[in-house]
Design a protein around this ligand. Structure first.
Ligand SMILES: NC(=O)c1ccc[n+]([C@@H]2O[C@H](COP(=O)([O-])OP(=O)(O)OC[C@H]3O[C@@H](n4cnc5c(N)ncnc54)[C@H](OP(=O)(O)O)[C@@H]3O)[C@@H](O)[C@H]2O)c1
Length: 179
């Protein structure tokens, strides 16, 4: 089984989205997301971003697929139209099984990038090794949330607090607890 990381930005109440989109615009967080998910990605070994269909649709068309990464969209739909090169999987397990076949797709790191439905399954998956969290020190009255599971992981990194558009944010890293 291929292991994966989760990457998420949460507000002070673990909120992650509102009305189908991100309720904030935080350029420093977008830069961080791009750096983490693209690092070490190359033509020969591409990193992978796995996302739910609603998260895919929440990305503005001009920014999708996310560049230099293999984009995998999870959906049960049989007639979903995706651009060439974007892979559809019918479940998280299906996505991981597809990526295991490294002869077909030589993959680098795998990141599950949301949204709430996919995170809910991914946080309890045995192959989930790391969670990268952007902590936003403000409440945005969200309608979608990240599961309250971070205490089940070990915090292994924390950046200093920085101001992004006047909002205090910090980058944290969690690792699966040794069993
Ligand atoms: N703050 C963050 O870091 C962050 C990151 C990502 C997203 N978000 C936000 O989260 C919100 C979207 O989250 P969401 O929970 O509404 O949607 P989502 O998880 O992105 O997508 C849900 C869709 O994924 C498919 N799906 C989910 N579970 C499945 C399964 N077990 N098997 C097959 N398909 C499955 C279904 O697609 P079909 O209906 O096509 O079958 C479902 O409708 C947005 O507001 C977005 O901006 C925030």
């Amino acid at each position: 089984m291929i292991s994966f990381s989760i990457i998420v930005a949460v507000d002070s109440k673990l909120g992650i989205g509102k009305n189908g989109v991100l309720p904030w615009h935080l350029p420093a967080d977008l830069k961080h997301f791009k750096e983490i998910t693209s690092s070490e990605s190359s033509d020969k070994r591409r990193n992978v971003v796995v996302m739910g269909r609603k998260t895919w649709e929440s990305i503005p068309e001009k920014f999708r697929p996310l560049a230099n990464r293999l984009n995998v969209v999870i959906s049960r739909q049989t007639h979903l139209i995706l651009p060439a090169g974007v892979v559809q999987a019918t479940s998280l397990e299906g996505a991981l099984n597809f990526l295991c076949d490294t002869q077909r797709v030589p993959v680098g790191e795998v990141f599950v990038i949301g949204g709430a439905q996919i995170f809910a399954e991914a946080v309890n998956h045995p192959a989930c090794e790391k969670i990268y969290v952007t902590r936003i020190e403000r409440e945005f009255v969200c309608d979608t949330f990240f599961p309250d599971v971070l205490q089940q992981f070990t915090q292994v990194g924390q950046s200093e607090v920085l101001s992004d558009q006047g909002v205090a944010i910090s980058f944290l890293k969690y690792q699966k607890k040794a069993s």
